[in-house]
Design a protein around this ligand. Structure first.
Ligand code: MGD
Ligand code: MGD
Ligand code: SF4
Ligand code: MO
Length: 753
């Protein structure tokens, strides 16, 4: 029998078919009938059954014994042990001494995505000062820019890939990532189609990636200087009178003149040395945009997790406005998500119009919060620095910060010193090996799936629901139930005694109540009790029923007969395709105080002097950057044998000129060293790296004691976040710099090889 599901591994959300025979999952293939992805899949999706069958995947909770080893225990014993370690911390120090780390797979896991808010929200209510996420090693600049320019932190236009005739892409490598904050199945096919219809794809990246190879042009840029380049492009457009007064944006934009005035300070000649892009090339890039009928710029992580991530991300939208591309077919369009999510609400602590920043500060470093987050590297110092408010208890949820957070060596040591650490995680890895208790979730084939957030960044409006392919083993709690249990414990109930169904009702009612009060939600003004009573099911299903029904195609909880409900969505295992990207939606999507796109903000203006100072700074050493691989997923797919075939992937890419100068030879070991630390890896000498820049993948550094990752540990690689300094951040967004980190490389002498 073949089950039709949506792949929960990345933002492409491909429809898959999974064969099940005699209760065992077999081959996975793309579902040609999926309304969204039409059969596309990648090697990761094709490995779902291997993830399921991985003997190291935890099927039972683990408890750490006195010797430090982890042993399998029953759920009852695990909950009792979690209570035994957590309660003394709460009794002695309160929730102020507890924090939560929410990892990336949460966004791709229905139960966690809908219920992690219960844990964080209730912990916050109990007194937890802050929680941590990899958002600040990822898209936080985009969140900041979206909040300021468009009004919502998850509200931004995406490139209309299927209609543009000129795409300029900065700091993204969809040939590996499959698209990020941009959901498009078979994204590489769509980029090829731009060229096939006579259009142009320009890739701006210090590395000639597979994406760059297939583009019309690759423009190498020195890491961290995209903002300079983009300002110079804007400067050129202004100088040559090539800005397009966008009639459809008339009266819909504020601040463009202010940005144009700033651009006067960034002529191409001034930035060419810093960016590594000649003034001639900059002018040509500007002309390419100006000459195109439907130009659009898109940037992603390489333009975020760098010294000027916020300014670079901002200028991408500035240029999209200045070219008249925003909200216009073929340009940058606002998707319409079919499932409303509570994430789309302004956080309830952000009262008043606009957004407030720096409302509180981190205890040790004094970092001001940005959209509720401190730089993720603060976690280590908050754990290991004694004093009032020191973190002594930590819950990690589907995260591996010991590998993914800059300053990783310190965090790894700090985790070992916690009084209580509970990890909700499916593997015993570099992070969870420190946990007193590990509570595993179900495999991706044993749980239902539905995406909500990513349709906010998708090139079409679809809705899909996946039932579990395999029945979960008896007695296994769902992850959302674990979230509620932990939330209840933080509110004071002993973990084993938490009334999960009552907590579920309370949490769901709380969300509905808040949404009914909030002007930016489809529930505004409605009666919370009536809304709650109209919903079906419980847990995540009830949340999604709510989201679908109050979404743009929903039945509005009975007020719009014939509209969608979750029940109706479930009748369509190939999904429902509801709408395509459209322009002309600004009035509907903008939630800024002025109701317009607000291009200028003091937070952005305040960062311009820092950028100006960058122009004449001389760079010491080489610039370290990050990269991804198609067959990895951050740190956690290295235990799938099928994905690990082929040559060693944790290598340092270096340009032949740099290699020759430093005596580095292909295939030999080098020491890579920064102010934070050093690691030893194999060098790969290749002209795909621009001179002056080296590249390492993140997510490696396996093979440490106390982990259970047979395959990954046999290919350990090294942890690049031992090199990325905790203190290097993009100031306005608190985002960690992992691209453009000064580093020094030295060959390891043959004897030491
Ligand atoms: N140097 C450098 N560092 C980076 C980046 C970079 O580009 N360069 N990228 C950053 C980015 S964008 C991100 S998103 C972060 C990722 O940072 P993290 O989210 O901290 O790391 P992941 O490797 O995604 O870890 C996922 C964890 O979830 C667990 N897991 C997997 N599936 C499930 C499940 O179904 N349920 C549960 N409960 N657990 C599960 C895995 O075992 C693993 O422990 O890394 C960041 N760090
Ligand atoms: N197969 C696979 N897919 C994934 C992931 C994975 O680990 N593996 N991770 C997922 C996650 S969590 C995320 S956030 C997304 C990220 O998705 P993408 O944003 O597409 O990320 P990357 O593939 O790392 O590509 C980033 C590119 O930025 C370049 N770069 C580095 N520094 C700079 C700079 O200063 N300027 C410019 N212009 N470019 C620079 C790098 O060389 C690299 O080619 O991918 C997701 N998809
Ligand atoms: S591109 Fe691969 S990992 Fe991403 S959703 Fe599709 S099959 Fe899954
Ligand atoms: Mo990410």
């Amino acid at each position: 029998m073949e089950h039709r599901i949506t792949c929960p591994l990345c933002e492409a959300m491909c429809g898959l078919r999974v064969t099940v025979q005699a209760g065992t999952a077999g081959a996975v293939r793309g579902n040609p009938d999926d309304v969204w992805s039409r059969g596309h899949l990648c090697p990761k999706g094709a490995s779902l059954q291997q993830i399921h069958h991985d003997p190291d995947r935890l099927r039972q909770p683990l408890v750490r014994t006195r010797s430090g080893a982890h042993v399998e225990v029953s759920w009852d014993d695990a909950l009792a042990e979690a209570e035994a370690v957590l309660r003394p911390v709460l009794d002695r120090h309160g929730a102020a001494a507890v924090s939560v780390y929410i990892g990336n797979p949460v966004a791709h896991n229905l139960g966690l995505e809908t219920y992690v808010g219960a844990l964080v929200g209730m912990a916050g209510a109990a007194g937890m000062p802050a929680y941590y996420t990899p958002g600040t090693v990822d898209q936080w600049p985009l969140n900041v820019v979206s909040a300021l320019l468009f009004g919502g932190m998850w509200n931004a236009p995406i490139p209309d890939l299927d209609r543009t005739d000129h795409l300029m892409m900065l700091g993204a490598n969809p040939s590996a990532s499959q698209g990020s904050m941009l959901s498009a199945p078979d994204i590489m096919g769509r980029l090829a189609a731009i060229r096939e219809r006579g259009g142009t794809v320009v890739v701006i990246d210090p590395r000639r990636t597979q994406t760059a190879r297939r583009a019309s042009e690759w423009v190498p840029v020195l890491p961290g200087t995209d903002a300079l380049l983009l300002f110079a492009i804007l400067h050129t457009l202004v100088e040559q009178h090539r800005l397009r007064p966008p009639p459809h944006l008339d009266d819909m934009v504020t601040g463009l003149d202010d940005v144009i005035a700033l651009a006067a300070r960034f002529p191409p000649e001034r930035v060419e040395a810093a960016t590594g892009v000649s003034a001639g090339t900059i002018r040509r890039l500007a002309a390419g945009l100006a000459d195109a009928d439907r130009p659009v710029l898109y940037s992603r992580i390489g333009a975020c997790t760098q010294e000027f991530g916020t300014l670079a991300t901002w200028l991408v939208f500035v240029l999209n406005v200045a070219l008249g591309s925003v909200d216009r077919a073929g340009g940058a369009l606002f998707p319409k998500a079919p499932v409303w999510s509570p994430m789309f609400m302004k956080p309830p602590d952000q009262t008043g119009p606009g957004w407030q920043f720096g409302r509180f500060r981190s205890r040790v470093r004094g970092a001001p919060e940005v959209l509720g987050q401190f730089p993720v590297s603060c976690l280590a110092e908050e754990i290991d620095t004694p004093g009032d408010g020191q973190i002594r208890g930590l819950v990690t949820v589907a995260g591996n910060p010991a590998v993914s957070a800059p300053g990783a060596r310190r965090l790894d040591a700090a985790l070992g010193g916690l009084d209580a650490m509970i990890s909700v995680d499916n593997w015993l890895n570099e992070t969870t090996r420190h946990a007193h208790v590990v509570l595993p979730g179900l495999s991706p084939l044993e749980r239902p799936h539905c995406d909500d957030l990513y349709w906010m960044y998708a090139i079409a409006s679809c809705v899909k629901w996946s039932d579990p392919v395999l029945a979960p083993p008896a007695g296994r709690p769902q992850e959302w139930e674990i979230m509620l249990r932990l939330a209840g414990a933080l509110l004071g109930t002993p973990l084993p005694d938490v009334d999960v169904p009552a907590m579920d009702d309370m949490y769901t009612q709380g969300i509905i109540y808040t949404a009914c009060q909030a002007a930016d939600t489809p529930l505004f003004g409605r009666d919370p009790e009536e809304v709650f009573a109209a919903l079906r099911g419980r847990g995540p299903e009830r949340m999604i029923d709510l989201g679908v029904r109050v979404g743009p195609w929903g039945d509005d909880l009975g007020r719009r007969p014939g509209g969608l409900t979750l029940e109706e969505v479930r009748r369509h295992p190939d999904g429902l395709r509801l709408g395509e990207l459209e322009g002309g939606r600004l009035n509907e999507v903008l939630t800024t105080p002025s109701g317009r796109i607000e291009l200028m903000h003091p937070l952005l203006a305040a960062d311009i002097p820092r950028l100006l100072a960058r122009i004449d700074r001389t760079v010491d050493g080489l610039a370290l950057t990050s990269r991804r691989h198609l067959r990895s997923n951050n740190s956690w797919l290295h235990n799938v044998a099928g994905l690990m075939r082929g040559k060693d992937r944790c290598t340092m890419l270096i340009n032949p000129t740099d290699a020759a100068r430093l005596g580095v030879t292909d295939g030999h070991l080098v020491d890579v060293c920064t102010t934070e630390g050093s690691i030893r890896v194999v060098a790969e000498v290749t002209d795909e790296m621009m001179a002056g820049v080296v590249s390492l993948p993140h997510g490696w550094g396996h093979g440490v004691d106390g982990t259970r990752l047979d395959v990954a540990n046999a290919h350990p690689g090294a942890n690049t976040n031992m090199l990325n300094p905790a203190v290097l951040i993009d100031v306005p967004s608190n985002t960690q710099v992992v691209n453009g980190v000064p580093c020094w490389v030295a060959p390891v002498s043959v004897g030491a090889d």
